[in-house]
Every structure is written in structure tokens, then in C-alpha cells.
Design a protein. Structure first.
Length: 89
């Protein structure tokens, strides 16, 4: 059964949606809405889940994001600053 999308209005200027192949999920990162949670869309069940994570929050909008299959992580480069943010779905 499909579930409703997260209560977030996201666009490519303030968020990132990345497909994490090993987990077969899309990961939506929207720090302007919530810098300590991500939203995952499970392709097989057609459902959304909100995931809290440990570690530093993503402090600014992502400039770009990608999935690194070697390590099985989603990598985000913020618009401001030189640090990268890594999340394992």
C-alpha cells in the first residue's frame, strides 16, 4: 500500500533527492525543513519513512548529492562550507 509523501515542499534549489541503489530507496534531504531527519521512499513497498539520524545536522541547502556505491552512502555537498555530509540508508 502506498503512503503519502512527507509533509515537505521540496525543490531542487533547497533539497536533494538521491537514489540509494543497495537499499533500493530514494533519500530526500531537506535541511530547511528538518536538518536532523531524512525521508526515505521504499520502491518495493511504495512507502515513505521519516528517519532521524545521529551525527551533525546538515546546516545549509545541499548544492548536490550523489550515491557512492563503493561505500553504500549518500553524500551531500552543502552550498556553504567545505564539509561534506554522509548518510547510510
Amino acid at each position: 500500500t502506498a503512503t503519502a509523501p512527507p509533509p515537505v515542499q521540496a525543490s531542487d534549489s533547497d533539497s536533494a533527492l538521491v537514489y540509494a541503489e543497495a537499499a533500493d530507496r530514494f533519500v530526500l534531504v531537506h535541511p530547511g525543513h528538518d536538518a536532523t531527519r531524512v525521508y526515505e521512499y521504499d520502491v518495493s513497498t511504495e512507502s515513505w519513512q521519516t528517519r532521524a539520524f545521529d551525527g551533525p545536522a546538515l546546516r545549509s541547502e545541499p548544492a548536490f548529492g550523489y550515491y557512492d556505491p563503493r561505500f553504500g552512502v549518500v553524500v551531500m555537498q552543502p552550498r556553504r562550507g567545505s564539509r561534506v555530509w554522509v548518510y547510510r540508508p
